[in-house]
Design a protein around this ligand. Structure first.
Ligand code: HEM
Length: 359
């Protein structure tokens, strides 16, 4: 079923409301709000004393105290990204639209600019910002869902638990002290058994698809009111998670030029502070070099254990991708990010293994 945002736009009637012109108030904003919701209270408080603050020359110092972070932006991006994916893929791959309407595109673009995130659903939305406790201290649930039922919930939560399980490892990166807890990523990934491969392939994969290197949207997407030229962005993928990027950099893993180009492009989909974290580790003095030059056997063994765990994770992940993409697709593998996935995943796994220090 072909439905185009452009056609719908040309059919719209010439009504006042379409142009935000009121029947009763004309160009005036009807019934303007007089209070901002709680997080913006400080702006309101300062604004209501503007003449006094200017007269006493205190305005600048007061404004310097206002936090630059606008609360709620992550939730806004999460919501708009899910709405956008729903809008795009409502009719499946064959019925994708070419234009994102202005009322979604403009706020999504503005919120994305503020956060330094791309205007598409990324791992940062799908997983990092998309969790809540069902009851305080109890089970977790995604905040927003797409079609896919319990399989979608399982997929989001398992990926989230992998992020959580990596926390001791991330702390080591910062403090350089031993973690004291071993990441049980395999056990977590086994929980993917709750995700039905057929549902993943035919439903979840579609809603995570982007509009770059995607035959269903070869020309990208026009963000109406933002750009007349179509824009191309990759879909959501855990390749955008900072965890593996950080561990790769710490252990000095060097992937092939092609894989590195893809993985570095995925860094553009990370929240900028997380990208900066990964880059900081990349710039730090080489741990591998330190271990090598120490001549300490125990240190070498510990280092190799880390590389081996990372290799095993990637081997396990290849088996998962076979189960969830190759098998349901009957051999015609397509990546959620549109890469030649097996060549890529195996190359990344093999170059990880090559990071071992030989005795
Ligand atoms: C149903 C489960 C899963 C499927 C079908 C799947 C699929 C894929 C695919 C197709 C790629 C290639 C890049 C792309 O096309 O975007 C990829 C990459 C990646 N995935 Fe998954 N994935 C799954 C679960 C997970 C989980 C739970 C994690 C853990 C956080 C994860 C971590 C990664 C990472 C880190 C990469 C980048 C390649 C690497 O660094 O080895 N994936 N995945």
């Amino acid at each position: 079923m072909a439905s185009s945002g452009e056609n719908e736009e040309t059919l719209l009637p010439f009504t006042l409301s379409r142009f935000q012109v009121s029947e009763d108030y004309g160009f005036l904003l009807p019934n303007p709000l007089t209070e901002l919701p709680a997080p913006y209270g400080l702006w309101m408080e300062i604004a209501s004393s503007l003449p006094q603050l200017i007269a006493s020359r205190q305005l600048r110092s007061r404004l310097h105290q206002v936090p630059s972070r606008i609360p709620g932006l992550h939730l806004a991006h999460l919501v708009l990204s899910f709405l956008t994916m729903g809008y795009l893929w409502q009719e499946g791959e064959e019925g994708a639209v070419k234009v994102l309407p202005r009322n979604l595109a403009v706020p999504f673009w503005e919120v994305s600019q503020r956060l330094g995130l791309p205007p598409i659903l990324s791992h940062a939305d799908f997983v990092l910002a998309n969790w809540k406790r069902k009851t305080p201290g109890r089970n977790l649930d995604p905040i927003i869902s797409l079609p896919g039922g319990e399989s979608l919930r399982g997929f989001i939560l398992v990926t989230l638990l992998v992020e959580k399980a990596a926390v001791p490892g991330i702390k080591v990166l910062r403090s350089r002290k031993p973690a004291g807890a071993r990441v049980t990523v395999y056990d977590l990934i086994s929980l993917l058994d709750y995700v039905d491969p057929a549902v993943f392939y035919s439903v979840i994969r579609i809603f995570l698809s982007g509009w770059r290197d995607n035959p269903a949207m070869p020309h990208g997407l026009v963000y109406q009111g933002v750009s007349e030229e179509p824009l191309a962005y990759s879909g959501g993928s855990a390749a955008q998670s900072s965890v593996l990027h950080a561990f790769d950099e710490l252990l000095g893993i060097r992937h092939s030029a092609e894989s590195t180009a893809f993985l570095h492009r995925m860094r553009d989909y990370m929240p900028p502070p997380h990208r900066a974290f990964v880059e900081e580790i990349q710039r730090a003095p080489s741990l591998r070099q330190h271990v090598l030059s120490s001549g300490n056997g125990k240190l070498c063994a510990a280092f190799n254990q880390c590389v081996s765990a990372l290799t095993d994770f990637r081997t396990h992940h290849i088996a998962i991708v076979t189960k969830y993409i190759t098998t349901p697709a009957d051999g015609a593998a397509k990546g959620t990010g549109g890469s030649h996935i097996f060549r890529f995943l195996k190359s990344v796994r093999d170059t990880t293994r090559e990071g071992m220090i030989s005795a």
